[in-house]
Design a protein around this ligand. Structure first.
Ligand code: RP5
Length: 164
């Protein structure tokens, strides 16, 4: 059965939602259908296998995967599907997300994970990258991405204001 939602936003834990909700909100703002799922490489490996092996058949076109610490989720997902996978390193308590970043970005040659910045910036940008990919075959979406960027540009003041 084909999913009507082109993007899967997966995360290793409920605790990742505070970060990954920014990806979901950005997709929402761009009118991109998405599903948010908890899939842990360590705690629910069978769920990960089932999700990743079935993601393409389910109709997903892009996977955004956020995880923290020993963040194997994006890499394992990329190993199990040929869909583009964007990894978001979640800021960890012990090492401020540097552990997450390095374990996501340092993939061996042959299995890519497009790795974004640690935390909210990475989550937002993963959604924008997903939009750019989907926009290649969806001119209306590409227009919405352009409008998003134009609004962002328009919101930047020329001079700094005193903070309240
Ligand atoms: C990872 O372990 C998750 O992605 C999360 O960032 C981290 C900690 O998970 P919890 O102990 O908060 O559930 O698998």
């Amino acid at each position: 059965m084909k999913a009507h939602k082109p993007v899967a936003v997966i995360m290793g834990s409920q605790s990742d939602w505070a970060t990954m909700r920014h990806a979901a909100e950005t997709l929402e703002a761009l009118g991109i259908g998405h599903e948010c799922l908890i899939v842990s490489a360590h705690r629910t490996p069978d769920r990960l296998y089932e999700f990743a092996k079935g993601a393409k058949v389910a109709g997903y076109q892009v996977v955004i995967a956020g995880a923290g610490g020993a963040a194997h989720l994006p890499g394992m997902t990329a190993a199990l599907t040929s869909l583009p996978v964007f990894g978001v390193p979640v800021e960890s308590k012990a090492l401020s997300g540097q552990d997450s970043l390095l374990s996501i970005v340092q993939m061996p040659a042959g299995i890519p994970v497009g790795t974004l910045a640690i935390g909210r910036a990475g989550a937002v940008n993963a959604a924008l990258l997903a939009a750019a990919v989907l926009g290649l075959n969806d001119p209306a979406l590409a227009d919405r991405v352009d409008a998003y960027r134009a609004r962002q540009t328009g919101a930047v003041a020329e001079r700094p204001a005193n903070e309240a």
